[in-house]
Design a protein around this ligand. Structure first.
Ligand SMILES: Cc1cc2nc3c(=O)[nH]c(=O)nc-3n(C[C@H](O)[C@H](O)[C@H](O)COP(=O)(O)O)c2cc1C
Length: 175
């Protein structure tokens, strides 16, 4: 199999998953910063990973803006984030709609993994962004269940990376 795992990470969660997937599939991994679309085009199978930041999959534009060139390949996109994996409406609707404006292309299958958020490691800008988000959500008179969860998640602090979560993605790629 001619496959590559490409990732974009700020705090390391997405890279950790890339390395686990690379080990399982015995394939190359690369930081998105180090790869061009011309190089990417040489692979038949592409796994792209990015952390979620305000529902945007970090760097996924590498795939979406080049979809015409990549549409005949097998592509898996994985996200890492702190939203619990059973929030299917969040992942299957909100995240998909925000990142794939024309709908999810047929060649792409999405997987979601839990990442890490260690408050002490965050940049000042990220700490401030979380504080602002929490303030906005908390000021709502009648927050929805999703908004209540988002308020809680702003205080999440821990490493929730878990190698067993990659099993489904690995199975899909080798199938
Ligand atoms: C400013 C900020 C915004 C975030 N937004 C989201 C989000 O919308 N959804 C989510 O599930 N996690 C969110 N997270 C958590 C990160 O996605 C999570 O920590 C991820 O694993 C980081 O991946 P990375 O370390 O590879 O960059 C956010 C974290 C920060 C600091």
């Amino acid at each position: 199999m001619n496959a590559i795992v490409v990732y974009k990470t700020k705090y390391g969660s997405t890279k950790t998953y890339a390395e686990w997937i690379g080990e399982e599939l015995n394939c190359k991994t690369a930081d998105a910063k180090e790869i061009t679309i011309d190089e990417l085009e040489k692979y038949d199978t592409i796994i792209y990973g990015g952390g979620l930041y305000a529902e945007i999959i970090n760097g996924v534009i590498l795939i979406t803006k080049n979809i015409e060139r990549l549409k005949n390949k097998k592509i898996a996109v994985y996200t890492t984030g702190i939203t619990p994996l059973d929030c299917r409406e969040y992942y299957d609707k909100i995240v998909v709609e925000k990142n794939f404006k024309n709908g999810l292309p047929q060649c792409i299958k999405i997987f979601n993994f839990t990442g890490k958020m260690i408050i002490n490691e965050l940049t000042a800008v990220h700490k401030a962004a979380l504080k602002t988000l929490k303030k906005i959500m908390s000021s709502k008179k009648e927050p929805t269940e999703m908004e209540k969860l988002l308020i809680e998640l702003c205080d999440a602090d821990g490493d929730f990376c878990d190698r067993s979560q990659i099993a489904e993605l690995v199975k899909y790629i080798v199938s």
